[in-house]
Design a protein around this ligand. Structure first.
Ligand SMILES: C=C1C[C@]23C[C@H]1CC[C@H]2[C@@]12CCC[C@@](C)(C(=O)O1)[C@H]2[C@@H]3C(=O)O
Ligand SMILES: O=C(O)CCC(=O)C(=O)O
Ligand SMILES: [Fe+2]
Length: 359
């Protein structure tokens, strides 16, 4: 069994000044520690999309005969898209949303029984990237790697087995979907199975992949314009598949357009390119900068399936996508090593493994 991501942060503990959230519901005013300005994140106020901007990431029908090209195009221009007809039953999406709402609805003392440790990946807490910012984010999260059994037993002494089944089924479905999406995107570049030997085309064998599930809760916020749900970041994954409840909040960044809101489309899923897919595609696919905003009237829930290769697999640009006269844009890296680089250098991680060309 290849090592799981569970021990990836063993040598990279985070020490957050704030170990858990205040009782969000009792606050009438935004505390200073939650009030963001451009000083706290240079992109905080960057080019909010003009009210006339109607453009957003495409919604792609996976049953459409041209889906591969549409996905390839979206990966190159936006680094993100939504999908319909993805084959994941609506009832399963609803079950996962219910589980997420039920988890964050527990009393804080109960949630803290499953708190993430300084060196751990799984459990309840603030997003790992919180350590890179001076201000706190208006959200709480729960990360699952491997079996959720131990943590779920602490959260729900009675019903944990039902919830474990839901997570297991969700992860199974998502794994198959993610690999299908990766191949559609690669095929659009003329890359096929022989070109990526570690990833099998056979959908029955997905043992080369692994994933983490990140549940997010963005409570109603008294002053949403000054608050930040989840600060701007890229995911370290190959691909990430996100389910959002029927409340807007996710935004993606485009250099030419600024921050663009991804409207919730009931039953659809949001897919985004992560740093490893950017590396694999030799920079052709865009690892999209994204963030989550909050609002004054509705709590928002999201379920993020973060998908990548097993920890010992080395990812490097597909040779076919590298021009014979140039060196690959990136050096090879494992997911584990990359997460560790990101844990210390955050958004400089990609440039640290880039081959800088002379001349
Ligand atoms: C497998 C992963 C991927 C992680 C780290 C680890 C477990 C949790 C993931 C997230 C989820 C929330 C955003 C992010 C940026 C974060 O802070 O934690 C993600 C990060 C990454 O994509 O780098
Ligand atoms: O909640 C969202 O819409 C974004 C979540 C996210 O980016 C993440 O969990 O990595
Ligand atoms: Fe993300």
């Amino acid at each position: 069994m290849p090592a799981m991501l569970t021990d990836v942060f063993r040598g990279h503990p985070i020490h957050l000044p704030h170990s858990h959230q205040p009782d969000f519901t009792s606050l009438r005013e935004l505390p200073d520690s939650y009030s963001w300005t451009p000083k706290d994140d240079i992109l905080f106020a960057a080019a909010p999309s003009p009210p006339t901007a109607v453009e957003t990431i495409p919604l792609i029908d996976l049953d459409h005969p041209d889906a591969a090209n549409q996905i390839g195009h979206a990966c190159r221009t936006w680094g993100a898209f939504q999908i319909a007809n993805h084959g994941v039953p609506l009832s399963l999406l609803q079950d996962v949303e219910f589980l997420t709402g039920s988890l964050f609805g527990l009393p804080v003392q109960r949630k803290l029984k499953a708190a993430r440790s300084d060196t751990g990946v799984s459990g309840y807490g603030v997003a790992r990237i919180a350590s890179f910012f001076n201000k706190q984010m208006w959200s709480e999260g729960f990360t699952i790697t491997g079996s959720p059994l131990n943590d779920f037993r602490k959260l729900w002494p009675q019903h944990h087995l039902n919830y474990c089944d839901i997570v297991e089924e969700y992860e199974e479905r998502m794994k198959k979907l993610a690999s299908k999406l990766m191949w559609l995107a690669l095929n659009s570049l003329g890359v096929s199975e022989e070109d990526v030997e570690w990833a099998s085309l056979n959908s029955a064998d997905l043992s080369w992949a692994q994933a983490a599930l990140q549940l997010n809760h963005y409570p109603v916020c008294p002053e949403p314009d000054r608050a930040m749900g989840l600060a701007a970041h890229t995911d370290s994954t190959l691909l990430t598949i996100l389910y959002q409840n029927n409340t807007a909040g996710l935004q993606v960044f485009r250099d030419d357009l600024g921050w663009i809101t991804v409207p919730p489309v009931p039953g659809s899923l949001v897919v985004n390119v992560g740093d490893l897919f950017h590396i694999l595609s030799n920079g052709l696919f865009k690892s999209v900068l994204h963030r989550a905003r909050v609002n004054q009237t509705r709590a928002r829930l999201s379920v993020d399936f973060l998908w990548g290769p097993q920890s010992d697999i080395k990812i490097s640009p597909v040779p076919k996508l590298v021009s014979p006269l140039e060196s690959p844009l990136y050096r090879s890296v494992t997911w584990k090593k990359y997460l560790q680089t990101k844990a210390t250098h955050f958004n400089k991680a990609l440039s640290m493994i880039r081959n800088h060309r002379e001349e």
